[in-house]
Design a protein around this ligand. Sequence first.
Ligand SMILES: [Fe+2]
Ligand SMILES: [Fe+2]
Length: 467
Amino acid sequence: MKILNLKISLQDNKKVKMYLYYLLMPLFLLITSKLSITPDMSWISAYILIGGANSIAFSWINGHVKLFKIHKEYFWTYTFILLLTSILIPIEYRLFGLYGLPVFFGVLAVTALMGRETGITAAITLSTIASVVSNGNFEIFAMYAIGSIGSISLTKSFDKRIDFSKAALWNSLISIAMLFTMRFGFSPFELRAKSLFLVGINPFASMFLSLGVLPYIEYVSRIYSNIGLIELGNLGHPLLKQLLVKAPGTYFHSVMLSNMCESAAQRIGANYVLSRIGPYFHDIGKIKRPEFFSENQQGVNPHDSISPMMNYLIVASHVKYGEELSRSFRLPLLVEDMIKEHHGTRMVSFFYQKALSENLKVSPDDFRYSGPTPRTKEAGITMLADSCEAAVRSLKSPSLYKIQNMVEDVVNKIYNERQLDDSSLTLRDTDQIVEEFSKVLFAMHKKRIEYPKTTEEVEKVIKVAKM
Ligand SMILES: [Fe+2]
Ligand SMILES: [Fe+2]
């Protein structure tokens, strides 16, 4: 019944999106572009142009960008940025003319939050609006589209503020070169100089605007750029401070995981910033009842005095509580996913076996985590790292060979349980992940490190790790 309801609501949501994208949004974009004075172009041709570009972009996103299917916030945020840019277009047109339109503002904001490919679709829609503003001038479309797409393609990553500056510089150079070749020789010198100046400075103005607006969009949408993620992962977050004090063993485990996931993500080409920051928070729910988790126990095991079912409920509740915390602290959506998905729908087999040994009538499904299974590569890596780290910790004298065998067994087991089906991880990816995990775990276990039990011990280990 639940599945049926979910399907119906998803279909409704899809219909709303369709109406919005194919009908209302082109109409809105048309009105805002018409406000920029276009006496020659008819409304119908402008509508066809903008509607066509917008529909093609939307269909492509719908088919190719998985995150738009997972979180509705991606759709709304993308739409909001496009509408905001289209509102700014007539204002800037009246202030600066055709060469001062803020197309790059929208493109940069979408790229930083949702990736390069989605940024390219935004560039096509927004450049079409710019061309409508200029009475269907193809040169204007080409200048904005090639300037924006070229610059974000030439910028390797958007992890630092300097990357934004580099992208603006590329855009400025490309746009000047294009204007120079397209218009040179046709206009009087003063006009050329003014146009070249505007075209050169416009990408920088757009960059400043997008850097200023991004933190607000991140807070409201919980979709974070890599810059926002890096700020979040400086270990000064109040939740991480609480974790360090209340559950030092879990804190140390999370730092280990962060190293493993970052290196694996880098190897397979996933988002390594998200893979470094997300694992810090994956077990944040353990700050409630930390003594029930082996890494924080000092001799006394509170599990011994209660029933297997109750034990299972307590252990599984760290996922639900972590989810609640991530909502109330407005952690990024993708970090919340890692919290929810790092155990997938796996079974807490220890307590299931214990229940069987006590002759209780139980089924494996009574002892499963609530899931869902990982839906992104980064969440899949976190799930694998979590189990591998725990398994390797139990090895008596870990050699590289033993570690690699153990990691391979764990990864194969999870793969065969079909927990990675929705994660987009391929077999080739998992092979490379095994290699990276083994390297990192071996480096960490070279000198057998005892799990630190106090805050001071953890701080000592982190200090050594930073050296
Ligand atoms: Fe966990
Ligand atoms: Fe964990």
